[in-house]
Design a protein around this ligand. Sequence first.
Ligand code: FE2
Ligand code: FE2
Length: 246
Amino acid sequence: MVITKDIKMADVIHMNHFSLSILERFGIELGFGDKSVDETCKIYNVDTDFFLEIINAFIHTEYFPKKQLQNFPVKLITDYLQKTHNYYMQIKVPEIESLIEEMVLSCSTQKENINLLKRFFSEYKEELKNHIQREEKVVFPYTQLIENAFYSDKIDKQTLRQMDEYSIDIFEKEHDNIEEKLYDLKNIIIKYLPQPNNKTLCNKLLHELFGLEKDINDHSRIEDKVLVPKILEMEKGIRKKAGLKV
Ligand SMILES: [Fe+2]
Ligand SMILES: [Fe+2]
């Protein structure tokens, strides 16, 4: 069922509890009683239409409102992406690290294997950190520059020079699949890790990894299928306005 603005916010969580993480990113706290999605968004100063597109894209993988999402301002999109980055680095990654740490401590027979797992994940964390830094320091500021230029009457030389040095197709090519390694990590646990004494911890860890992988997948889809095409179009518009060949 596609979520609309009149549905109760509580039902959104009942429908898919993973959506809790999306609410958190928008700063929406639990305790909304019987308020609708629209009423709750208004209280938290959240753009209801944007929230609806994001939550629907997250819950229904087959529902992906590429065009609708592209209509929102760059700032709204990159702010959301940035909040998602914070959620990964400040909440999800530490949660997974502490689960692995608990496994190391509670396991007497599998220490070596679990330490290997720990190393693998810390390498992943480094990779994720670099990936995020590149987007926040280079890509997102560039997208804002392009949007500003696109809506301004005159295109200055500085913008054109920047577009020569870096354009969104560079990001499109270099944007690596950061969730692939998570898939490998899950596979190591599922296929090869002999069951540690504490199976509950191991299952919890797998559950967390599945959740993070789904979330990053959804996140990358917004970067690749919404942000990139939107900026590509704007770059074309800027070149046209400046009288350059498109
Ligand atoms: Fe990202
Ligand atoms: Fe990314």
